[in-house]
Design a protein around this ligand. Structure first.
Ligand code: B1M
Length: 214
């Protein structure tokens, strides 16, 4: 197994400590942060995403893998910044106003980050204005909203209108998800797409931004 495969394997197993040790070893041996990110950490997380999509692993495993990936990413971040490695795209995310459910949103964010996207996580119960301001200030490629309540999903429409009002709707793709949300609802509110789960959210964002799947 190459060092990249070993790192990917430890991410899949959720062993942050072992992944961290291998990263240090690889850096000492002169491997670049970019390859370690994409061929090691992201590759491991991609495999976890696929398994999650196919019901071959479940939320707890995804969370420990994401934690291992995030710890590895923290180690590589300063090196990546120094090397000017561009993220695949910038995604502003949050649970919609009135909604405190954030577990699904966090998983979607972690998997998108694992796929190479920069995530600006606004948290839960995010107001329309906060979504619009963040999309504008951070020059987001995508705004992602999550809702778990039938009473809060309607607020997503206000974000779409808010982006239109701010004149930035043509520059940003809007995706939505969460248990009560459907493709028909996405169409009704003028969103660009709906994803039923976190792994599909990666495919959706890749497709909307015209990126080749990794
Ligand atoms: Co609440 N809750 N809850 N809850 N809760 C539900 C959603 C509910 C279905 C339970 C029920 O009654 N059977 C129900 C909603 C009914 C409805 O609207 N039709 C409900 C209710 C009523 C409430 C309260 C109103 C209860 C009360 O206080 N009377 C209250 C509301 C609080 C508020 O938000 N204002 C409330 C509170 C809570 C807790 C705080 C206790 C807790 C949330 C903790 C937290 O998130 N930090 C909680 C929980 C845990 C649940 C259940 C049990 C589990 C939700 C969850 O995390 N699922 C839920 C019942 C259920 O779903 N079985 C329930 C796991 C998660 C991984 O799945 O979020 O669907 P999910 O995310 C998936 C996909 O949907 C998708 O990908 C994710 C990963 O695959 N996805 C996206 C999600 N967001 C996406 C965004 C995307 C793309 C894909 O693009 C941007």
């Amino acid at each position: 197994m190459t060092i990249y495969e070993q790192i990917a394997d430890e991410v899949q197993k959720g062993d942050a400590e072992a992944a961290g040790r291998l990263l240090e070893q690889a850096l000492d041996e002169g491997e670049t942060a970019e390859r370690l990110l994409y061929d090691g950490l992201v590759e491991g997380m991609n495999i976890v995403s696929e398994k999650f999509k196919n019901n071959e692993c479940f939320i707890p495993e995804v969370l420990v893998s994401a934690r291992a990936m995030n710890q590895g990413l923290d180690r590589l971040k300063p090196l990546l910044a120094a090397a000017n490695v561009e993220p695949r795209g910038r995604v502003v995310m949050g649970s919609i106003q009135g909604d405190l459910h954030d577990i699904g949103k966090n998983i979607v964010g972690m998997l998108l980050q694992g796929a190479g996207y920069e995530i600006i996580d606004l948290g839960a119960d995010v107001s329309v204005q906060k979504f619009v301001d963040a999309a504008k200030e951070r020059e987001a490629d995508v705004v992602g909203m999550s809702s778990l309540l039938t009473t809060t999903m309607v607020n997503m429409q206000s974000v779409v209108s808010g982006l239109e009002g701010a004149g930035i709707r043509p520059d940003v793709k809007v995706i939505i998800g969460g248990a009560p949300v459907t493709p028909a609802f996405a169409e009704q509110i003028g969103a660009d797409g709906y994803a039923p789960d976190a792994a599909s959210a990666i495919d959706l964002v890749d497709g909307l931004l015209g990126k080749q799947p990794r």
